[in-house]
Write a new protein. Sequence first.
Length: 320
Amino acid sequence: MSKVYVLHENEEWTSHLTERLEQLQLPYELWHLDQGTMDLSEEPPEGVFYNRMSASSHTRNHRFAPEFAEAVLAWLERHGRKVINGSRALRLEVSKVNQYMALNQQGITTPKTITAVGKDHIIQAAKTLNKPSFITKHNRAGKGQGVQLFHSIKALEQYVYSEDFEEPVDGITLIQEYIQAPQPYIVRSEFIGGKFLYAVRVDTSEGFELCPADACTIEDQHCPTGEEKNDTPKFRVLEHFQDPIIPQYEAFLAANDIQVAGIESIQDQQGNLYTYDVNTNTNYNKEAEEQKGEYGMLALATYLGKQLEETSTKQTIAKS
């Protein structure tokens, strides 16, 4: 029997989806890809395969899960299986450099960024960037890993050459211009089936940890603004959100064969929009959705069910 197969490495981020799949009475199977084997001489089972591999897997001691997922996706795609967020999506998930190049290819503006490998080169990159304030971040990260704000080269040197320096898992550090927004928030636009679902305003006054999943714990050590905490909900679904960037985002997703994603953007003081992150294993915030009455995981499960139905119909016709 055809099923929905969910490829992942974090059960906490998958439970909300399986609840919705069960609610819709859809057959499914979880493939946890931290470890395992795969016989390349065999054919994959029939069904729809949804890739939810995360760039932050190494923070959960699943260091090689993305590499294993890439191998599995190559196997599935070789045999023509229906894959949601396939190998191209995974490539962008684990590399912000690849994200930025793909976004720029579609005419979408990203913050000025310089890559560096090696501590001395990180310092040199910051000098070359020549901005009064700048951010460092990891090329392969997730959950705001490695994101810190600096206001001087001296402060960066003190961090880079200290024991507190956090080495990126792939060795690549990004030095990026700091976009100062008029108010401390970013917008995260959610897409399912390559189409816009809704946008969330995310309060950044407490730091860079912007993961909307209920399982995420905010343990921010480097506040980007220095502002005091407030009682405003961190995540809020925006009513009737419209922006000219949305069609561009949809075109970007189509060009890169990405069906499910959350795309984060920020405006500067002059109103210029910068896109800085693409999350292809996107999660949704329960409290924000309950206030709006719109549910991402339910929409996602419904989409996967439709894909499964279409795939099963094609299989039946092919066999008849």
